[in-house]
Ligand binder design. Structure first.
Ligand code: NAD
Length: 470
């Protein structure tokens, strides 16, 4: 029996005003369940409820806010099994990864709970005291994508609540159920109207970004949608955090210990079947080690067990949706037609489901679509270089700048090169690792603003300077 899901508006579970839409399991192409389709009137009611709830929620003490978030974390833990199972069914990732996503959601909630909101004393002299306070903004709109749906919802919602804001959430229509469950869990711990959720596509996202009662939009998704949101948010000068697409380069310095790094390169490129914003998406390898590294990556790729994430032993799931599946296929086919060598994978699996095995594409050029565009899927282009300066220039010749990495046994040298990369996070001997205490965000067209750490938390506040003449 399919579970029933509801919108949550002002603490009430309600059916969608425009009926329901089906959510598809990418491993089977069967319907997971029906998702409520909200009307624009329901969205407006949710925003009104959040605005009303803000009047008192903003005055909640720090201690109470912290305790509330810890209670929410307890409840996420208590519901971990159901959440992980729902994530596998609607998102497609293998169970171990869905469990890690739920674990991450708990860890981030607890870390955010314990962060402090500082009052800075800027001057305290005989006649004057100046303090910098941080106040909540009001209603925060959260719009999330389909790749790490629960984790990203937590990244948006928890700092908003911790700082005394109220929330209206709109998850991706591809993967809404985990976030509907999360909203139910949160509503067990907060007053009515503090946490609202509306699902549905047409008019909902745009209705949020243009609404004058929403004070901030936190958005994770593609760069074109981010640009649309930025234009729309101008109506009332909404604050924005935009976590957008990337096309992260990784550079392997000459004389690297390939045995030590090959697994890490593979795992960070194919994390979540490559559907990770800050996955390694273009791999630059020195001529002298090119063939050897390709060989090792192919061996790791061929050892993956591709299948339905609910089955034991599966390490690699399907692509989340048909459009993305078609895009990855088109990018690999295009590279092949232009003379690249597809060393493994390169063809969808037969049968039901959007299965595309891990694919290594060698002898590519920077002009090929698979290098120039974000593939956001299980196909890694491996690019040859002969000079490190040239590799850095090619890595930076890109409109986006989310992450980047440099790999070498000589970490001092790698660090120097890493600092030359134009990206929000540069890793040495790693990639795609995000942590609750390390601010994360993009530069160039990967967006602006950061999440995580105190810097991320304060993006949900507005500064107020208090200037006291004694
Ligand atoms: P998307 O931009 O298509 O959709 C993201 C969300 O925006 C969905 O909920 C969607 O319904 C909503 N949306 C679509 N049009 C809208 C509009 N006009 N106004 C308001 N909301 C709208 O992205 P996606 O396909 O779900 O996710 C994949 C993309 O997200 C990739 O480019 C990936 O790199 C990026 N991403 C970035 C990060 C990061 O932290 N930087 C994390 C995950 C994914």
């Amino acid at each position: 029996m399919q579970r029933e899901y509801n919108l949550i508006i002002n603490g009430e579970k309600v059916a969608g005003g425009r009926g329901t839409f089906d959510v598809i399991n990418p491993a089977t192409e069967e319907v997971v369940a029906a998702c409520p389709y909200a009307s624009v009137d329901q969205l407006n009611s949710a925003i009104d409820a959040a605005e009303e709830a803000f009047k008192s929620w903003q005055h909640t003490s720090d201690d109470e806010l912290k305790a509330t978030l810890h209670r929410i974390a307890d409840r996420i833990e208590a519901n971990a099994e159901e959440l992980a199972s729902v994530i596998v069914q609607e998102q497609g990732k293998p169970m171990f990864l869905a469990q890690a996503e739920v674990g991450g959601a708990v860890a981030w909630t607890r870390y955010t709970a314990d962060l402090e909101i500082p009052v800075e004393v800027l001057e305290d002299s005989e006649n004057k005291r100046i303090e910098l306070h941080r106040k909540p903004l009001g209603v925060v709109g959260s719009i999330t994508p389909w790749n790490w749906p629960l984790m990203i919802a937590v990244w948006h919602i928890m700092p908003a609540l911790r700082t005394g804001n109220t929330v209206v959430s709109k998850p991706s229509g591809m993967t809404p159920f985990n976030t509907l469950l999360l909203a139910e869990i949160i509503n067990e711990e907060v007053p009515a109207g503090v946490m609202n959720i509306v699902t549905g596509e047409s008019g909902i996202g745009s209705g949020m970004t243009s609404h004058d009662k929403i004070r901030k939009i936190v958005f994770t998704g593609s760069t074109p949608t981010g640009q649309t949101i930025m234009r729309s948010a101008a109506s009332n000068l909404k604050r924005l955090t935009l976590e957008l697409g990337g096309n992260d380069a990784g550079i392997i310095l000459p004389d690297s210990d390939l045995d030590a790094i090959a697994e890490g390169i593979f795992q960070t490129a194919f994390l979540n079947m490559g559907q990770t914003c800050a996955a390694l998406k273009r791999l630059y390898v020195h001529d002298s080690q090119y063939d050897a590294l390709c060989e090792k990556l192919v061996a790791i790729a061929n050892a993956q067990n591709v299948g339905n994430g609910l089955e034991e032993g599966v390490t690699f799931g399907p692509i989340q949706n048909k459009d993305q599946f078609e895009l990855v296929k088109a990018l690999v086919d295009d590279a092949r037609e232009q003379g690249a060598d597809v060393l493994c994978g390169g063809e969808p699996l037969e049968g039901k489901g959007y299965f595309y095995p891990p694919t290594i594409v060698a002898n590519v050029t920077d002009e090929m679509r698979i290098v120039a565009e974000e593939q956001f899927g299980p196909a890694l282009p491996v690019i040859r270089y002969s000079d490190v300066d040239e590799a850095v220039a090619r890595a930076n010749a890109c409109e986006v700048g989310l992450g980047g990495s440099v790999w070498s046994a000589d970490t001092a040298e790698a660090q120097k090169v890493a600092l030359r990369l134009e990206c929000g996070t540069a890793w040495v001997n790693g990639h795609a690792e995000v942590l609750p205490h390390a601010p994360f965000g993009g530069c160039k067209m990967s967006g602006f603003g950061v999440e995580f750490g105190q810097e991320g938390l304060l993006e949900y506040t507005v500064p107020q300077t208090l200037n006291i003449n004694k």
